[in-house]
Design a binder for this molecule. Structure first.
Ligand code: LMR
Length: 336
């Protein structure tokens, strides 16, 4: 038998055995939707996760990242995840209270985290783990905490003290704790606006001001439509990376392990770059001079703290007095 005939027989034999005709398997698609720009800690984390997940699964998983609310806006994304229309989100921790998980609002309490170490002890310790576990009651699985940063106020009127915000229409996220300190300041809070509509609403005057970590303010161009900002760093904004539990459980075990490792690495990246990203955004906005930034004097900083901190007490019955006490104990220990 000639060599080509021999090769033909061998190939036909393999085909009968199904070896030569192995069909390509469709990749598992993960739609990862979020509401901020790619050039933010969260945007960079989502892109990095995509890269690692696709490389390490050698194409068995394809991650489609939708930045800046292009697939779902804040109000719809959680329902979409529960229905399995997307597979991953990283909503701000302030957005879980309105779905019945009020304890997440502890992250919104003004001046609750005296240092990044206390914050990390909370997210990585029993409190953070317990909160992620509570997501299972909503069909979700909490995978990680990602930082953004500490917030500043901005408005079209100069705010130097809490009372300067009296009567201003301020956009906040859907959290009762945020509402509570806006009430103390005498502001009229607007909790309904989706994040991606805030810049336009500031430009048209539908609202007068808002609060953001600098990276969100800068990447949305809000400094172009706000005259003043005050660097109060009064509260934290971070994220829980969440997936649909039924989806995650249905993944092949080896894929799930690779994705969890890819997510761990992405978490390290986000939490390592977030502070610098915010510092850079603040510096860029100060340089651009569209907004005038005010840094409170020590006595003004004390007034801010004294005025807003009582929310730690008034919100205790909603958020959990035991949790707040536990965080304060972690803070005290960190000072010893
Ligand atoms: C907001 O709505 O202000 C934030 O949740 C946006 C974000 O995801 O950082």
């Amino acid at each position: 038998m000639k060599f080509s005939a021999l090769f033909g027989c061998l190939f036909a034999g393999l085909a009968v055995l199904g070896v030569a005709q192995a069909q390509p398997v469709d990749p598992i698609i993960i739609k990862f939707s979020h509401v901020v720009k790619p050039d933010t800690p969260k945007g960079k984390g989502a892109d990095y996760f995509k890269r690692l997940a696709e490389q390490r699964t050698q194409g068995r998983v394809k991650v489609e990242v939708f930045h800046n609310g292009t697939l779902y806006k804040d109000k719809d994304e959680m329902a979409a995840l529960q229905k399995g229309e997307v597979q991953m989100l990283a909503p701000s921790l302030s957005k879980f209270g309105s779905m019945g998980l009020a304890s997440f609002e502890l992250f919104d309490l003004p001046y609750i985290f005296p240092s990044p170490e206390v914050l990390r002890a909370v997210t990585d310790g029993p409190i953070g783990k317990g909160l992620l576990k509570s997501l299972e009651s909503k069909g979700l699985l909490g995978l990680a905490y990602w930082d953004n940063g500490f917030k500043i106020f901005s408005a079209n009127k100069e705010i130097k003290l809490p009372t300067d915000a009296k009567g201003l229409k301020m956009r906040i996220q859907s959290s009762d704790v945020l509402q509570a300190y806006m009430d103390i300041m005498g502001a009229e809070s607007n909790r309904k606006l989706n994040f991606s509509d805030v810049s336009k609403a500031l430009e048209t005057g539908t609202i007068d001001g808002t609060e953001n970590p600098p990276s969100n303010m800068f990447t949305q161009g809000m400094d172009k439509v706000q005259k003043y900002a005050i660097v109060t760093n009064h509260g934290y904004l971070g994220y829980a990376v969440v997936t649909n539990k039924a989806f995650w459980d249905s993944l092949p075990q080896d894929i799930r392990v690779i994705l969890e490792e890819a997510l761990d690495d992405s978490t390290h990246l986000v939490n390592a770059i977030a502070k610098q990203e915010n510092d850079d955004s603040l510096a860029a906005m100060i340089d651009a001079k569209s907004t005038t930034f005010y840094f409170p004097m020590p006595e003004q900083a004390k007034i801010w703290r004294d005025t807003l901190s009582p929310v730690q007490k008034t919100a205790a019955s909603r958020v959990g007095a035991d949790l707040i006490q536990a965080i304060n104990q972690i803070s005290e220990k960190s000072l010893q």
